[in-house]
Design a protein around this ligand. Structure first.
Ligand SMILES: Cc1ncc(COP(=O)(O)O)c(C=O)c1O
Length: 423
């Protein structure tokens, strides 16, 4: 097809007749391995991790395998990425009176985890990596700030070195939200192993999936013990922790974020596919970037470690917000699903009305109005013009490990076609 063709959005012929595979990497690779793993658990009749007639201890095995794959000392299987974040913050003692620095672009779960513990989210601008800006973090910190959550959005690492340096200088704990970058690396080391905790999601959109599920990593045995206890009603039932905890340790108040055996069995099968998935996505993302890098007016998202991204997305900037809007809509009409990150109501600070309006079910507006809080962090629309400009000018496409050569070629051809008409 000639790239001079009329855009599909204007009635022309689309580059493809069928849409690309959606951004469900592990999900579309669920197969006989997961099926066999689930059947084994069903046949054992032992769906609970700690007892049953013939327990297979799949959750414990997943924890061991995940810790090893990530290069962390410990891993804890939980019910979701949100549960992992809440558990990490709770283990760090975060609560009323504390601020936690979060980026202006993240899934709302990052923010909810902070507020649900009675703490206050301190929003920090992003940079062209679409992740937290390190200098903006340093400038935002107040005497109430206790922790920072760098989020590795859309498969790519945040600018960790200066963020960790600032955290160290201000005695902030670091919880890496690695939900969208499971398996990615920074300077050769896995994401989620740089801070006190790494929180991971196994929800369906992620690198590998159990439908719902999450993992938490830590290499600090004291913090890990606190996390384990919090996630299981304050008790300790995990075999390895018997070594760490004195028999007479009193119970603490916790919650139930325990993972079940069926979920863990799927997780183990998916974990074996992780490296292949990432290798394929990264190769596809690179081919796409290489195929479009000569387009005038188009620039790429900053990658602080190009070898460390998972390759789950390709994100590029165009000169204006209006062009990005038209670009993404035109690509979608070519059967190349694309979006502008700014559109997403649950990812962008500006659209977080529930945070802006402090819409809690409780009528007392702790976090913000609780007497322990001495700070004044607030959120209003338009507060971060730099974030707005970055997210409004970006165009985002998901990349799948099962893209065929033709799919990659179609993406490249489609972007050239749209660029010629829009830029
Ligand atoms: C950045 C980010 N943080 C946290 C989460 C929460 O994970 P979950 O949906 O497993 O609770 C998600 C994804 O859903 C996410 O994208």
């Amino acid at each position: 097809m000639a790239i001079t063709d009329r855009l599909a959005i204007d009635g022309g012929t689309p580059v493809r007749t069928t849409p690309l595979l959606p951004g469900w990497p592990g999900g579309l690779l669920i197969g006989k391995e997961e099926k066999a793993a689930v059947l084994e658990v069903i046949e054992s009749q032992s769906l609970f991790r700690h007892y049953g007639p013939r327990p297979l201890h799949r959750a414990a095995s997943l924890e061991k395998a995940f810790a090893q794959a990530m290069g962390a000392r410990h891993a804890l299987a939980v019910t979701s990425g949100t549960g992992a974040l809440i558990t990490a913050l709770a283990a760090l003692g975060i609560g009323p009176g504390d601020e936690v620095a979060v980026p202006t672009y993240t899934w709302i779960a990052t923010i909810n985890a902070v507020v649900i513990l009675g703490a206050v989210p301190l929003f920090v601008d992003i940079d062209e990596s679409l992740n937290m800006d390190a200098a903006a973090l340093a400038a935002a910190i107040t005497p109430s700030t206790r922790a920072v959550i760098p989020v590795h959005m859309r498969g790519a690492p945040a600018n960790l070195a200066p963020i960790l340096e600032t955290a160290r200088a201000h005695h902030l704990s670091v919880v890496e939200d690695t939900a969208q970058a499971l398996g990615g690396r920074y300077r050769g080391r896995r994401l989620g192993t740089w801070g006190q905790f790494g929180a991971f999601s196994l929800q369906y959109h992620k690198t590998i999936t159990t439908g719902e599920g999450g993992m938490l990593t830590s290499s600090d045995p004291v913090l890990f013990e606190r996390a384990v206890r919090f996630h299981d009603q304050g008790s300790v039932r995990m075999e390895e922790l018997d070594l760490l905890i004195a028999g007479d340790s009193p119970l603490i108040i916790g919650i139930n974020f325990r993972m079940g055996e069926l979920t863990a069995a799927v997780g183990l099968a998916q974990l074996k596919k992780m490296d292949w998935i990432i290798e394929r996505m990264r190769a596809n993302a690179r081919r796409i970037r290489d195929g479009i890098r000569d387009i005038p007016g188009l620039t790429f998202r900053t990658l602080y470690d190009e070898d460390g991204e998972t390759g789950a997305t390709v994100i590029f900037f165009v000169p204006t917000a209006a062009q990005a809007d038209r670009f993404a809509r035109a690509l979608a009409a070519e059967n190349l699903p694309a979006s502008v990150p700014w559109w997403s109501g649950q990812h962008v600070y500006n659209h977080f009305d529930q945070i802006i309006n402090r819409r809690l079910l409780s009528t007392r507006k702790c976090s913000w109005e609780c007497p322990h809080y001495k700070g004044s962090a607030t959120l209003v629309k338009g507060q971060f013009p730099r974030t707005d400009a970055i997210l409004q000018r970006a165009v985002h496409l998901d990349v799948h490990p099962l893209f065929a050569d033709q799919d990659v070629s179609d993406v490249i051809a489609g972007i050239h076609k749209v660029a010629q008409a829009v830029l």
